[in-house]
Design a protein around this ligand. Structure first.
Ligand code: CO
Length: 498
């Protein structure tokens, strides 16, 4: 029997999605092909569309419909879950007063400009007053949204629905106690050579290699495309139009390879959602952590493995004989897995990366709790880098000012990066159990059984499960850091002969 209320709900949700996807397309264009003079009206167009989407998403009509549907027992389980998630979003949106939204958006735009200036001139004091105002608003936002445990839960919930500060504290305590010591062991060993990664690599040839890597993963070019942008990203306008961008550096082969595989992993998730669920929670990704689990699984567990390069290194050698002819696949594997404490999060290796996240998590939590003040940040930051990574931060530009996130008001976002890697390790361990000869298949360049497994286990469900439920559904237990640690131990013991 056709439920007319549910049909009305679908129609409204699809309309909201249409507006949001139109604005995503404008954003994509802005990052790739828009001529410079297009910027002013583009900002206006994006703001108009955001306004329309917000009106639709907070309309009384939708509110009444969702409330009625939430009491409707005749709905199927998937429909009930969609309604529950949409109702939560609706109620969260309604908690913001117009005054607060305007204040926040004005402060963010000022903080962003101040951050750019401060980073350029290496002067934190230019940014501090705006950031202070922003932190104050974020603390207010926690109260507006509400929470049951820690105020920071309200921040986390926006990116990782259901995540709790207390669980992350336990998780990062494991990171601290196990990973710090392990990285110290590695640091005491002689370093592997990666100089050949930084020779001259022609950009057109690199481009072709990237396209082949994406095709091999199963990325569907009839439902997407790749372009160049200054910061690689994935965006989508439906599951049948999912686009990636890459960045090519002619003097560093790493950038193209890792951005292609990483964004490819994100894109496969979006391409694996179901067209029938367009606009609904069941047609959306679960959380940023689960999204990142898909990019990291392909980037780290697959892409940074010896098997993967046994399949692909010959092609790479043929494209760049002058750089790689005399390099063995084992040397190449060692070069792409150098572990070395460094200052900048975005270029960190897959182990020390998590210290960068841990530091930001501790700082954000302390700011929201009011335990530290904004003007103490540079010194606090530097002391944490000394403590966890053993390095001195030479300037705030390379320290506390390096990331854009806080200036955008994105508090609670960083932990999802680490969650992604840890989920990835746990999922991949399960895939190895369930797919016979997975490692051999990867060594042959056959990625398709892995992709089908991910489609079946993760992609096709959309938001049906929460991140925690999905993890239990797939692996039989909640997120467990031991999987990542086990993966790291096996891999790096070989690489560094520990
Ligand atoms: Co990512």
């Amino acid at each position: 029997m056709q439920n007319t209320n549910y049909a009305k709900y679908i129609a409204i949700m699809q309309k909201i999605a249409d507006v949001q996807n139109a604005s995503s397309l404008l954003n994509w264009d802005q990052e790739t092909y828009m001529p410079p003079k297009g910027a002013a009206f583009r900002a206006q167009q994006l703001s108009t569309l955001a306004g329309i989407a917000h009106e639709l998403a907070t309309s009384t009509e939708l509110g009444v419909l969702l409330t009625e549907l939430s009491k409707d027992d005749s709905l199927a389980e998937k429909e009930k879950r969609n309604i529950k998630k949409s109702l939560k979003n609706y109620n969260d949106n309604k908690k913001y007063t117009t005054e607060f939204v305007q204040d926040l958006s004005k402060t963010i735009s000022e903080a962003f400009q101040a951050w750019q200036k401060a980073k350029e001139t290496n002067d934190f004091s230019l940014y501090a007053p705006k950031l202070e105002k922003l932190v104050e608003l974020k603390r207010k936002e926690c109260e507006l949204l509400g929470y049951t445990g820690h105020p920071y839960d309200a921040m986390l919930d926006q990116y990782e629905p259901g995540a709790k500060t207390v669980d992350l504290e336990k998780l990062f305590a494991d990171v601290r106690s196990q990973l710090v010591a392990f990285v110290k062991q590695i640091a005491a060993k002689p370093q592997n050579n990666d100089a050949f990664m930084f020779g001259f690599y022609d950009k057109d040839k690199q481009w072709d290699v990237g396209i082949d890597l994406l095709k091999q993963m199963g990325y569907d070019f009839d439902a997407g495309r790749q372009d160049i942008s200054s910061h690689p990203f994935t965006t989508n306008f439906s599951c049948q139009d999912v686009r990636v961008t890459t960045r090519i550096n002619q003097n560093d082969l790493n950038e193209m390879i890792w951005s292609c595989i990483h964004e490819g992993g994100h894109a496969l998730y979006e391409q694996g959602l179901l067209p029938s669920e367009y606009g609904l929670p069941s047609g959306e990704y679960i959380s940023l952590g689960i999204h990142e689990s898909q990019s990291r699984l392909w980037e780290n567990n697959v892409g940074r493995s010896l098997n993967y390069w046994k399949a692909n290194f010959k092609t790479l050698q043929k494209a760049f004989p002058e750089n790689l002819e005399k390099i063995s696949v084992e040397d190449f594997y060692k070069a792409m897995n150098i572990v070395k404490p460094s200052l900048i999060r975005t270029s960190a290796d897959e182990l020390t990366y998590h210290f960068h996240v841990l530091i930001r998590f501790e700082i954000e939590k302390a700011l929201i709790e009011g335990k530290i003040q904004v003007n103490e940040l540079p010194a606090y930051w530097n002391s944490k880098y000394k403590e966890y990574l053993g390095i001195d931060v030479p300037s705030d530009k390379q320290g506390v000012l390096q990331d854009i996130h806080w200036s955008h008001g994105s508090f609670g976002y960083f932990p999802t990066y680490s969650l992604g890697s840890f989920y990835a390790a746990q999922f991949f361990a399960q895939a190895k159990k369930e797919i016979p000869n997975l490692e051999n298949q990867l060594e042959q360049g056959n990625m398709l059984n892995l992709l089908s497994w991910l489609r079946e286990k993760v992609h096709k469900h959309g938001k049906y499960y929460t991140a925690e439920e999905l993890c239990v559904e797939i692996t039989g237990e909640k997120l467990n850091f031991n999987y990542f640690m086990e993966y790291a131990k096996v891999k790096y013991k070989w690489l560094y002969q520990l």
